[in-house]
Write a protein that binds this ligand. Structure first.
Ligand SMILES: Nc1ncnc2c1ncn2[C@@H]1O[C@H](COP(=O)(O)OP(=O)(O)O)[C@@H](O)[C@H]1O
Ligand SMILES: [Mg+2]
Length: 234
């Protein structure tokens, strides 16, 4: 087993005007490659802050994050962006698809940012097709966001986040806005990615069914981890 993500004693204080808002109060976490982990806890307890720190979208006030051995916190902005692009896929509850591009165009754009999967210019049509198939979007490839339902848009956003097969997928309430059917498709997708490609998944969720699919559940309260669940071997 290889540790792919290590967080050491993270704190985050937001400054709002002259007021300090402590959002994280010392969080440490080790994640092994191929783990599927849920983060749960009441609104405002610091879940999103933690996920943003782990993905290098925010910098911690104190503490250290290692991604596959690379120190994200000590990195320059350019280096941090580079680590993020090589290793991490983000799935947010609100998705920002490019409105003028089709579903396929949005995926290609994500591939382009990486310079094309496996160094192929223009991305990897096989991977693109595979991910669209897994998310049941094959017949929507040429649709623009406004020609898609909310659930379909969220699935395109998910496809975009995973099309390059990042080692780590960070998802912030990925089923939060979805109906049962769309949630099932999305969760099935995560399981496939985790099982078939050994991708590490860290998912914030309020959905007990989603959490039940994870091999470890972490509970947060008031900026801290209160119950690090056991790792389940399968
Ligand atoms: N950009 C910000 N500026 C100031 N305070 C923030 C900001 N983002 C989050 N917070 C505060 O930090 C705490 C944790 O927020 P968040 O990480 O979003 O929690 P969760 O995702 O668990 O709901 C909350 O008190 C929230 O109000
Ligand atoms: Mg949140």
């Amino acid at each position: 087993m290889r540790t792919i993500l290590q967080a050491e004693n993270l704190t985050k204080v937001y400054r709002v005007g002259s007021v300090d808002v402590p959002a994280l109060r010392g969080v440490s976490l080790d994640v092994e490659e191929g783990e599927y982990l849920a983060i749960m806890g009441p609104s405002g307890c610091g879940k999103s802050t933690m996920l943003h720190l782990l993905g290098g979208l925010l910098t911690p006030t104190t503490g250290r994050i290692l991604i596959d051995g690379e120190d994200l916190t000590a990195a320059t902005d350019a280096k941090r962006t580079d680590i993020r692009r090589r290793k991490i896929g983000f799935v947010f509850q609100r998705f920002n698809l490019f409105p003028t591009l089709t579903a396929e165009g949005n995926l290609k754009l994500a591939e382009g940012i990486h310079g094309g999967s496996d160094g192929k210019k223009g991305g990897d049509p096989e991977r693109r097709r595979e991910v669209l198939r897994l998310l049941q979007l094959e017949d929507k490839m040429h649709h623009k966001p406004l020609e898609l339902s909310g659930g379909e848009q969220q699935r395109v956003a998910l496809a975009r986040a995973v099309v390059n097969r990042p080692a780590i997928i960070l998802a912030d309430e990925p089923t939060g806005n979805l109906d049962t059917e769309n949630s099932a498709i999305v969760l099935n997708m995560f399981q496939e990615m985790n099982y078939r490609f050994n991708q590490t998944i860290i998912m914030i969720t309020h959905n007990p069914e989603a959490a039940a699919m994870c091999r470890r559940i972490i509970q947060m309260r008031d900026g801290q981890i209160v119950a690090p669940g056991p790792r389940v071997q399968i």
